[in-house]
Design a protein around this ligand. Sequence first.
Ligand SMILES: Nc1ncnc2c1ncn2[C@@H]1O[C@H](COP(=O)(O)OP(=O)(O)O)[C@@H](O)[C@H]1O
Ligand SMILES: Cc1cn([C@H]2C[C@H](O)[C@@H](COP(=O)(O)O)O2)c(=O)[nH]c1=O
Ligand SMILES: [Zn+2]
Length: 293
Amino acid sequence: MLQISKMKSLLFIPPKHLPFHQNPNFKKPTIFFSQISRHTHSSGPANPLPRPLSAMNGVIDGRDFTIEDRSSTAAAAAAAAPPFGEIHVIVGPMFAGKTTALLRRIQAESVSGRRVAMIKSNKDTRYGLDSVVTHDGVKMPCWALNDLSIFKAKMGPEAYDKIDVIGIDEAQFFKDLYEFCCNAADQDGKTVIVAGLDGDYLRRSFGSVLDIIPLADSVTKLTARCELCGKRAFFTLRKTNETQTELIGGSDVYMPVCRKHYVNGQVVIETTRNVLESGKAHCNSALEAATVV
Ligand SMILES: Nc1ncnc2c1ncn2[C@@H]1O[C@H](COP(=O)(O)OP(=O)(O)O)[C@@H](O)[C@H]1O
Ligand SMILES: Cc1cn([C@H]2C[C@H](O)[C@@H](COP(=O)(O)O)O2)c(=O)[nH]c1=O
Ligand SMILES: [Zn+2]
């Protein structure tokens, strides 16, 4: 298998990027404020850590107020906070080149001196657990996790603070994708590049991939080639009869198809399934009749 050239693991520790709450100059404001300027998402992080705002808004006795805190403490804290991050999402059917695009972007970040880490779901056992692997065999070492929430602890907080870019492959399998991406980009200043299926074999939203679209700086939908006519493929057809949403597999189970061949293919699969089931039912009733006699 081809392997992306061993990436230089650059230790990039920007001293000024110490999280504000670890900055010795930062002192908590003595007055309590209701940070009405920060809206919380229903499914987003509950009460995210307040960022050191140089201005705070509040309400006292029904009257709005804003206090400008020009003290050096607030300015130092604001300067010490990590920069805001980014979220980039890559979606499409299977074989569209999502993992290839993710690895290319991660490699480009690494070559430009940023420190990177790659995560994939440990549900994806097709090519082993220690690497992200494209359908062409291009590999990159990764952390294979069940949940994204344990990444910081697994990596160690100090090491986590030092990385700049986090790649996530097979994002459709992570239930905590939204919260992780939101926190990593909004609070920790990370650039998060996410690759995953937008739709499952029934063309329904898969996992939380579509939930992070409102959080994203960019969204890229890739296409494959329809296996039946060679036109652009936007969907993934499951060739087998299983009906559970999560079914790990490659070209043995799935094929990318255009709209026409998805619709035709689904009709063929459903008709076949019905014939098989009615045949089974017919056999069962014939068997029952035989056993009754
Ligand atoms: N029908 C197809 N259309 C496009 N690429 C395909 C097809 N079948 C196999 N491939 C191969 O799959 C590669 C993409 O692999 P990968 O990046 O892992 O895709 P994804 O992560 O989107 O499933 C392509 O470069 C191509 O060589
Ligand atoms: C459509 C579909 C796919 N899966 C699984 C099959 C594969 O293991 C991955 C997708 O891999 P890729 O990197 O995009 O090639 O997801 C599934 O579990 N359910 C589905 O409906
Ligand atoms: Zn087609």
